[in-house]
Write a protein that binds this ligand. Structure first.
Ligand code: CTP
Length: 396
């Protein structure tokens, strides 16, 4: 039977994201009925909400017709999950103190269904002791949270308080609606991402152009289908993903150390520097009067993928590597599969013209001992989703 959600839209600038969430829920075949607070109507119109949801929008508590046809009890009874988007400081405070003075708060007090809230507010409001007290109360009341994320806010500030993106909220909804249906539920996954930085001296280093975007997208896609994800990340300028354990490292040696543990799946998406400076200087290397240039000597870094692929009791069931190539992509990828001892290689062309490094799209080839599967040019998020679905299939 198809599932349905009762969506409560609160009055904040992030209310517009509620529209996108309704659209996403519909594409997943999840039914959605909507309650809007009075303040929410200042940000999005009930007409837009009704058009997208295909249902009448509910907002008045004392409405005789509704009480006959569908009162607040019936609204929550007919849903599998209640979702509050955005959960404003005001709505959160009402929930925490059990107030019931409009349709949204009355429904939230009357429901016996699971409740998921996506907080959104100014960073200072979020950090205020009163809000934090209310959050703690809601957590002890078993209210589920998604976000808030850290980032730029509509008020021009930066920090925690930005509402989770509709795709993240959708993933949290799907998780709550059918937790056992998630294909990677209970699986532990380790992902390496981003570049490493190998020091020359305290102010200089050697690194590469990896943005970490593909690795982060994979971590999020794995999380979204139920995995317990650990992300070991080199220095990147991406926001810390929610619901993922992140270990930040600089060098290849640190990355290898942080990868210690027992996992079902390991995915090495990091662009690890192949070499490190033999003896990084402990002080800044200075120019000499005679104009001599420093001569650096290198030694090879540990190969994290090869190390984690080694047979043994603690080896993951599935070890996946990437092959970043600028020519002979498939040929080199096949050679890497054998050399590193992993089970699967995701090969991609990272030549300058491909735009992969730093870009949002990727064209990959899935190389395993049996053959090669070519995927079309896709967004990194889509490559990540397909890869995780592929991996979930292999683990079955
Ligand atoms: N890798 C790793 N540790 C290293 C080098 C690479 O874990 N020290 C992993 C990468 O995360 C990737 C795979 O090995 O999954 C292949 O990386 P790539 O840079 O394409 O290949 P290299 O092994 O560095 O070989 P080459 O530079 O000769 O292409």
């Amino acid at each position: 039977m198809s599932k349905s959600v009762l969506l409560i839209i609160g009055g904040g600038i992030a209310a517009y994201k509620g529209l996108e969430l309704i659209r996403l829920l519909k594409t997943r075949g999840i039914g959605v009925r909507v309650i809007m607070t009075k303040a929410a109507e200042e940000f999005v119109t009930p007409l837009s909400v009704a058009s997208l949801s295909g249902e009448k929008v509910h907002s008045a508590l004392f409405n005789l017709t509704d009480e006959v046809e569908m009162g607040h009890i019936e609204l929550s009874r007919s849903a599998d999950l209640v979702v509050v988007v955005p959960a404003t400081a005001d709505l959160i405070a009402k929930m925490a103190s059990g107030l019931a003075n409009d349709l949204a708060s009355t429904t939230l007090l009357a429901t016996d269904k699971k409740v998921l809230i996506a907080p959104a507010m100014n960073v200072r409001m979020w950090l205020h002791a009163a809000t934090q007290r209310n959050i703690a109360t809601l957590k002890s009341d078993s209210i589920h949270f998604i976000g808030p994320n850290e980032g730029d806010m509509a008020c021009g500030e930066f920090g925690p308080g930005r509402m989770a993106e509709p795709v993240e909220i959708l993933a949290a909804i799907e998780k709550l609606l059918s937790p056992s249906a998630l294909p990677l539920k209970g699986r532990k996954i380790l992902i390496t991402a981003g570049p490493t930085r190998e020091p020359i001296d305290p102010v200089r280093y050697i690194s590469n152009y990896s943005s970490g975007k593909q690795g982060y997208a994979i971590a999020e896609a794995a999380r979204d289908i139920g995995a317990d994800v650990t992300l070991v990340s080199g220095p990147v300028s991406l926001a810390k993903p929610v619901g993922i354990t992140v270990s930040n490292v600089q060098t290849a040696d640190e990355m290898l150390k942080a990868c210690d543990g027992i996992y079902d799946v390991v995915i090495c998406a990091a662009a690890v520097a192949d070499w490190k400076v033999t003896k990084p200087a402990s002080h800044k290397i200075k120019k000499t009067k005679s104009g001599e240039v420093p001569v650096l000597s290198f030694i090879e870094n540990p190969d994290i993928l090869a190390t984690l692929s080694k047979p043994g009791k603690s080896r993951a069931k599935l070890v996946v590597g990437f092959a970043a190539e600028t020519e002979n992509v498939i040929e080199y990828a096949k050679a890497k599969l054998t050399k590193k001892g992993c089970d699967l290689i995701v090969a991609n062309d990272v030549s300058e013209t491909s735009g992969v490094f730093g870009g949002d799209k990727n064209t990959v080839h899935i190389v395993n001992p049996k053959g090669v599967e070519d995927w079309p040019n896709l967004s990194k998020a889509e490559v990540a989703r397909r890869l995780m679905t592929h991996i979930a299939g292999l683990l079955k």
